[in-house]
Ligand binder design. Structure first.
Ligand code: TXA
Ligand code: MG
Length: 344
């Protein structure tokens, strides 16, 4: 399959030729990648089982892992959910468009492979002009997981999508690098007290400014319980070389680096600007300041893709505080890591 790459669009409209062509491919049951404010998504008509099947095939995604449905207006949410509870209306007012996915009781309109047979459906309105233009042009909700090969870091540029999916999908809309850098927060509002199933761009602290109580799925804290969000049980975000997550102060990180080097290992490092300045090493990817975790979130997936198997034997990565978006950063790093190295 030839993958169409349209020219980068900076001020997209639903009538732009690229947007209309991409929408037509979607209506022809094909899959097209598009930017959102979090990561690039791989979209298909969420009401069409055959189209959605193409997503699973292109990504190599396990079929028991349900997809998020993207919408451009509230009417599309009403077309998918049994009802919109008051708490959902409040959250949509506060955070949509934006990186918050809400789990509703499904009315069965989404294709059965979107929900992987569950009675619920995940829905969000992306805060990106190109995503919204595409949704309006296609005039149907779009199922869209992150546009990476299953298991790989999620794509934050059109080039990342191309690396993973060239020849496997109909097209890629380029809207430049994504802003948030990590996926949306998945919040189950079908429970008495809403539960965070996946930490993401909207933080627990943000949610608590709008609703009185929010819980976190115990499975996220590493308990033995099976996660309620089926996708959270798979190996994810893996870089090409093994990643070790280093827990300790900057001196401990430096000692860990020295130990690796003395064994003759070629080491790549992912670190904040502060730690990078402290270390004496040439292969370091800096992802922002540790004082601004949103910068770390933005740079993380690009950094995970940067080190190639041929160049490094191991990647040492800094640990970050789990406050604000740091909770999402550490959730992804824990999944990407082969092991943790802790200061005793
Ligand atoms: O930011 C994002 O959310 C990106 C962009 C493209 O919108 N999308 C994304 O999709 O991250 P994906 O498929 O990579 O992750 C979807 C997550 C998975 O962990 C999945 O298990 C969970 O949402 N999910 C989907 N439907 C669900 C449901 N009905 N109940 C519980 N979890 C659900
Ligand atoms: Mg994903």
């Amino acid at each position: 399959m030839q993958t169409k790459m349209w020219k980068r669009l900076n001020h997209p409209q639903k009538n732009d030729e690229a947007v209309r062509e991409a929408a037509q491919l979607l209506l022809d049951q094909q899959v097209v990648a598009f930017p959102t404010e979090t990561v690039y998504g791989l979209g298909a008509d969420a009401t069409n089982k055959k189209a959605v099947q193409e997503i699973f095939e292109a990504k190599g995604r396990p079929s028991d892992n349900p997809l998020i449905v993207h919408v451009s207006d509230r009417a599309q949410v009403e077309s998918l959910a049994v009802e919109i509870p008051p708490v959902a209306a409040e959250l949509m007012d506060a955070f949509w468009p934006g990186p918050l996915t809400l789990i509703f009781q499904s009315n069965g309109s989404a294709a059965e492979n979107v929900t992987a047979g569950l009675s619920t459906v995940a829905v969000r309105m992306p805060d990106h002009p190109l995503a919204l233009a595409l949704l309006e042009a296609a005039d149907t909700p779009l199922a869209a997981p992150s546009a990476n090969r299953s298991g790989r870091p999620s794509p934050t540029t059109a080039a990342h999508v191309y690396q993973d999916l060239d020849g496997r999908i109909a097209g890629i809309l380029d809207g430049g690098p994504t802003g948030v850098g990590l996926e949306s927060t998945v919040l189950d509002i079908t429970a008495e007290v809403p539960v965070i199933l996946r930490p993401g761009g909207v933080t627990k602290e943000d949610l608590e400014t709008v609703i009185p109580r929010v819980e976190v799925d115990p499975a996220l804290a590493g308990s033995a319980e099976a996660p309620k969000s089926p996708g959270m049980k798979y190996k994810h975000y893996a870089p090409e070389a093994p990643l070790w997550l280093v827990e300790g102060d900057d001196s401990f990180f430096a000692e860990t680096l020295t130990a690796c080097k003395s064994r003759g290992e070629r080491v790549g490092i992912i670190a904040s600007r502060e730690l990078a300045d402290f270390l004496d090493h040439d292969r370091i990817i800096r992802c922002g300041s540790r004082r601004h975790l949103s910068e770390v979130a933005e740079g993380l997936y690009g950094a995970l893709r940067e080190f190639k198997e041929a160049d490094v034997d191991v990647i040492l990565c800094e640990s970050f505080p789990e406050t604000g978006v740091g909770a999402a950063v550490m959730n992804r790093l824990n999944k990407a890591a082969e092991k943790k190295v802790k200061d005793q």
